[in-house]
Design a protein around this ligand. Structure first.
Ligand SMILES: *[C@@H]1O[C@H](CO)[C@@H](O)[C@H](O)[C@H]1NC(C)=O
Ligand SMILES: *[C@@H]1O[C@H](CO)[C@@H](O)[C@H](O)[C@H]1NC(C)=O
Ligand SMILES: *[C@@H]1O[C@H](CO)[C@@H](O)[C@H](O)[C@H]1NC(C)=O
Ligand SMILES: *[C@@H]1O[C@H](CO)[C@@H](O)[C@H](O)[C@H]1NC(C)=O
Ligand SMILES: *[C@@H]1O[C@H](CO)[C@@H](O)[C@H](O)[C@H]1NC(C)=O
Ligand SMILES: *[C@@H]1O[C@H](CO)[C@@H](O)[C@H](O)[C@H]1NC(C)=O
Ligand SMILES: *[C@@H]1O[C@H](CO)[C@@H](O)[C@H](O)[C@H]1NC(C)=O
Ligand SMILES: *[C@@H]1O[C@H](CO)[C@@H](O)[C@H](O)[C@H]1NC(C)=O
Ligand SMILES: *[C@@H]1O[C@H](CO)[C@@H](O)[C@H](O)[C@H]1NC(C)=O
Ligand SMILES: *[C@@H]1O[C@H](CO)[C@@H](O)[C@H](O)[C@H]1NC(C)=O
Ligand SMILES: *[C@@H]1O[C@H](CO)[C@@H](O)[C@H](O)[C@H]1NC(C)=O
Ligand SMILES: *[C@@H]1O[C@H](CO)[C@@H](O)[C@H](O)[C@H]1NC(C)=O
Length: 425
């Protein structure tokens, strides 16, 4: 027993040393808020009742905020200092940031016409779901960001103009019909470098809170995502084709997936996810799609409570690819129905892409309530290779392995146990 403890201690030290080298290789420190170019104070009253009624056109700060952003010097930020701002879609120019101070809230006016891309489909259901602009767009930017301790509220639960329905209800109906809702993302970041999101509270997005496509050098730090009453399509962060990414010190409460990492348009690699608390919805998903491959994702210091799926890697034969060098370290879960789901599905008989999950490691993990552990590959028996060490699983948990090689040490030795509060602070 003593020898075993010794081994574990040495192992823990090695694992800690390894932490510093994997994932995002940049040197990441807590971001600094930029200097202010212009401060705006809201002229609007707190008129929640009016804005939620079917007519919300009377208060609109879009032009004032956009003008301030467009005339701000590179390297500086437009500050929303106090009060409630109501706005339609905004674009943050390259090099410029938006700062929402602790006394301020920026609310998305729930009028689909404002976000429509031109086909007059925003606010409707169809097979594509690409009819709306995002509330805040960062496109082909270098050095932009969103800062401040204030709130950006997508008002997903508010009635959208002219239709007696909320954005979330639109998603629910679309989901039931197997279709897509045309709803805005809260924040869309595309083809950009050196982008920072710091301290901001992101609430109640009409769709996903932060959608990222092909970003390099992205830092997300101390961000709170909160949409406890949304539907399963309101995700936290969805990240595609991006490299050198750190998501740290954040809390994500959604009904959808907290963080999803994919590779449809470009490879995703060198990603660190650390010191995060996930609750409700599902936790962290890697894959589906993974066409360009996903390499080197380091997930550490994580607590997860009340989730459907905890750590998930998924693939299928239509948009599968190679997912490799994924490591999970220091993970605590409580009331997670499926703590680990590594699963490939044959969704189409003609699909010829072969998903592979290689070199997945799980070190130091506790699941304090019983759940299902699933490792289902397709094709070869080593389609999935997972190595575990120091993994403690609640008694009576279910375990299912097909076409996968799961090696290492794990023990069914936990009885009811909450996650310690100091895991991710
Ligand atoms: C990303 O940051 C690193 C330094 O941390 C820098 O060397 C590299 O050029 C940056 N990449 C881009 C695309 O800006
Ligand atoms: C905005 O309000 C703050 C106090 O909340 C005040 O200090 C500042 O002068 C105001 N700025 C403008 C431009 O009115
Ligand atoms: C605005 O008013 C609503 C209801 O009156 C209240 O719940 C909300 O906290 C207020 N928001 C702010 C920022 O004062
Ligand atoms: C808002 O109300 C005004 C006056 O009541 C009306 O003229 C206008 O058409 C309404 N706008 C919308 C989008 O319903
Ligand atoms: C981003 O801007 C910095 C200067 O602030 C510059 O050095 C760097 O080359 C730019 N990166 C890209 C990809 O344009
Ligand atoms: C909206 O629907 C609710 C019931 O879902 C109904 O009570 C309300 O009268 C409707 N409002 C309008 C303006 O149609
Ligand atoms: C951002 O990228 C996504 C994914 O490719 C795309 O659907 C969306 O239209 C892009 N948005 C902008 C403003 O370029
Ligand atoms: C994040 O979640 C944890 C656990 O629920 C909580 O203790 C902590 O206060 C939260 N942090 C923030 C900034 O909301
Ligand atoms: C994990 O948390 C511990 C302390 O709580 C800290 O020492 C360590 O640096 C963290 N590691 C990572 C990769 O976040
Ligand atoms: C497995 O992945 C880890 C990073 O998670 C990496 O350090 C190690 O070199 C990889 N091993 C192999 C055999 O590729
Ligand atoms: C990632 O994994 C592959 C094997 O699947 C290995 O050849 C490669 O060296 C690894 N890369 C890193 C940086 O760990
Ligand atoms: C299967 O995939 C092929 C392309 O590989 C596609 O043409 C076909 O529509 C798909 N069938 C189904 C049922 O999804």
């Amino acid at each position: 027993m003593r020898q075993r403890m010794g081994f574990l201690a040495i192992f823990a030290v090695l694992a800690m040393a390894h932490v510093a080298t994997a994932g995002d290789r940049r040197t990441i420190t807590e971001p600094k808020t930029p200097d202010i170019c212009t401060s705006l104070n809201a002229t609007s009253e707190n008129d929640t009742a009016a804005i939620q009624s079917l007519n919300a056109t009377s208060k609109d700060d879009t032009a004032a905020i956009q003008k301030a952003l467009d005339s701000c010097d590179t390297g500086k930020a437009v500050a929303l200092s106090s009060g409630i701002f109501y706005s339609g879609p905004l674009t943050i120019p390259s090099g410029v940031s938006l700062l929402v101070d602790s006394g301020a809230t920026l609310k998305a006016i729930p009028n689909p016409k404002l976000y429509d891309k031109g086909a007059d489909t925003c606010g409707t259901i169809d097979n594509l779901g690409v009819g709306c602009k995002a509330f805040i767009t960062i496109l082909k930017a270098n050095g932009s960001g969103i800062y401040g301790k204030g709130t950006i509220d997508g008002q997903g639960g508010a009635h959208i103009n002219a239709l007696n329905i909320t954005w979330w209800k639109l998603s629910k109906i679309a989901s039931e019909e197997g279709k897509q809702q045309n709803s805005p993302m809260l924040i869309q970041i595309n083809n950009s470098v050196d982008i920072t999101l710091y301290q901001i509270v992101l609430r109640n997005s009409p769709l996903s809170h932060v959608a990222i496509s092909e970003a390099n050098n992205l830092t997300i730090w101390s961000v709170i995502v909160y949409a406890k009453h949304a539907s399963a399509r309101q995700n936290g962060f969805i990240l595609d084709g991006s490299q050198y990414v750190t998501i740290a010190h954040s809390n994500i409460t959604t009904i959808g997936t907290g963080i999803a990492i994919s590779a449809l348009l470009a490879p995703s690699q060198r990603i660190s996810v650390r010191d995060i608390h996930f609750s409700r919805g599902s936790g962290l998903t890697i894959g589906s799609p993974a066409n360009y491959g996903i390499n080197i994702v380091r997930v550490s210091n994580i607590t997860m409570t009340i989730l459907r799926n905890g750590l998930q890697i998924s693939g299928n034969n239509l948009n599968g690819g190679l997912i490799r060098n994924i490591s999970y370290y220091n993970i605590c879960m409580y009331r997670v129905y499926n703590p680990i789901v590594m699963e490939m599905v044959q969704i189409n008989e003609t699909g010829s892409r072969t998903p592979e999950f290689k070199n997945v490691t799980i070190n130091k993990m506790w699941t304090g309530s019983r759940g299902s552990f699933v490792f289902h590959g397709i094709g070869k028996s080593d389609a999935i290779t997972v190595a575990m060490n120091d993994v403690h699983i609640a008694r009576n948990s279910a375990w299912s392995v097909t076409n996968a090689q799961v090696t290492g040490n794990w023990e069914y030795d936990l009885t009811e146990r909450h996650c310690p509060h100091n895991v991710n602070n």
